[in-house]
Design a protein around this ligand. Structure first.
Ligand SMILES: [Zn+2]
Length: 429
């Protein structure tokens, strides 16, 4: 039913591999946000040649945006020959640092054994390349399609997406009536549909004390001991309570199918700057802890915060001189697209056609740019679907499979056909 589409994509495999390598060769490392502009321009040039209208949009004044490291995004749009919905493919172009342990050049785009290697191959330049090939093939086979297709390459996803999708969403690029359906080709595996992610609350807790000579600690008040009491209460009450909170969200891996909290850091008293000398003997008058709490659709953010503040307030009653300050650092609401949403059913049908099996429906343990699409853009018909293998993201010798990219490009093209042409396949409308 989709023969022409498949043949067209199969004919573009060399192009797909070359495109993926070209994208990897831009070292778009974040932080600091290297090579964003040339990478965005490269994507724009390619799509312009295919007939897309292309815009470069700088996330002016967003975190990290400077003239040396401008937050340059690219948004390309191809309008079909008639009214209809818009399908938007959004990929982030930033990658994390290469790190140690590579056996190939992380920014070489090396092709070996049916794979393209490099930092960002899987997360998510391979996904971006697959979506470009899918859209181009769809347009070539169906020049009269109604509606529109958009492809964006956006920055800073790895650091929260504020200069990328959040900025664009605040400017109307991810809102109705401009956009109806969003597919984010993050590496969630080619036969899985990611419906959303858990929520996030980052906070800093500070306990206060009073400085004194370390030989007479009773004259001061030790902020680190107060924090010890906080941690003891977390261990005794909070962590077991979080373990018990199960969710209907199909989070992968399964260990994340409940509430979790990480202690990101703890610092108190003098810093280690005295090295290689010796510290001076002081009672620490401050101690700070940062927490990373991941929460569920079934939980309310006020309740999540309340669990922590009630422990802190109780300690204030129980412990002499205990005082604290709690500072919110970041919060993200959990989001989950329903299984009967149009973009989900369209991509699910693509997976059935290509793999002859039902897709797995999953939820990401961590967040990605879907949060901004939903919260700022108010587009709830959004999923992550892409060819990369999740476990390879951010690792040394990251790669993306060429066959995986081809198959997922076919799934995406079928998704386009269903969303824009009602699943007419090779038939004219
Ligand atoms: Zn990613």
């Amino acid at each position: 039913m989709y023969e022409k589409l498949f043949q067209t994509i199969d004919g573009q495999v060399d192009d797909l591999v070359e495109l993926t390598g070209d994208l990897i060769r831009f070292p778009t490392v974040n932080p600091p946000g290297e090579a964003y502009t040339p990478c965005a321009e490269f994507i724009g040039e390619r799509l312009k040649k295919q007939g897309f209208d292309v815009e470069l949009v700088r996330g002016e004044g967003t975190p990290g945006d400077t003239d040396r490291y401008p937050r340059t995004n690219v948004v390309a749009r191809f309008d079909g020959r008639g009214p209809g919905p818009t399908v938007h493919f959004n990929s982030h172009i930033d990658v994390v640092e290469a790190g140690e342990g590579w056996t190939v050049d992380p920014f070489g785009g090396v092709v070996k054994d049916g794979r393209v290697y490099g930092r960002g191959a899987c997360d998510m330049k391979g996904g971006l390349a697959a979506s470009i090939i899918a859209a181009e093939a769809f347009i070539r086979v169906n020049p009269d399609f109604p509606g529109a297709i958009e492809i964006s390459g956006t920055v800073d996803e790895e650091s929260g997406g504020f200069g990328g999708v959040a900025y664009l969403a605040s400017k109307g690029y991810f809102s109705k009536p401009r956009v109806d359906h969003v597919i984010i080709p993050e590496p969630l595996n080619k036969d899985r549909i990611c419906l959303g992610h858990r929520g996030v609350w980052w906070a800093e807790i500070e306990t206060k004390g009073e400085i004194a000579h370390g030989s007479m600690p009773f004259l001061g008040d030790n902020a680190v001991r107060h924090m010890g009491a906080v941690l003891a209460a977390f261990e005794a009450e909070l962590f077991p309570a979080l373990d018990r909170k199960q969710t209907r969200m199909p989070v992968v891996p399964e260990g994340a199918r409940r509430s979790t909290m990480n202690i990101n850091s703890i610092h108190g008293g003098q810093t280690e700057d005295f090295r290689p000398g010796l510290p001076s003997p002081n009672v620490p008058d401050w101690c700070r802890l940062t927490i990373d709490r991941r929460f569920l659709l079934e939980e309310d953010i006020a309740e999540v915060k309340g669990e922590v503040t009630s422990i802190l307030e109780r300690l204030k009653q129980e412990r002499p001189k205990f005082d604290y300050r709690l500072r919110d650092l970041m919060e993200v609401q959990p989001t989950m697209t329903e299984r009967d949403a149009p973009v989900v059913t369209a991509v699910a049908q693509g997976i059935r056609e290509i793999f002859d099996r039902e897709p797995d429906y999953v939820i990401s343990p961590g967040t990605y740019d879907q949060k901004h699409v939903a919260r700022i853009g108010h587009i709830y018909d959004c999923i992550a679907y892409g060819p990369g293998i999740l476990d390879l993201a951010h690792r040394p010798d990251e790669w993306v499979g060429i066959a995986d990219m081809v198959e997922s490009a076919k799934v995406m093209a079928i998704g386009l056909d269903i969303l824009l042409r009602g699943g007419a396949g090779s038939r004219p409308l």
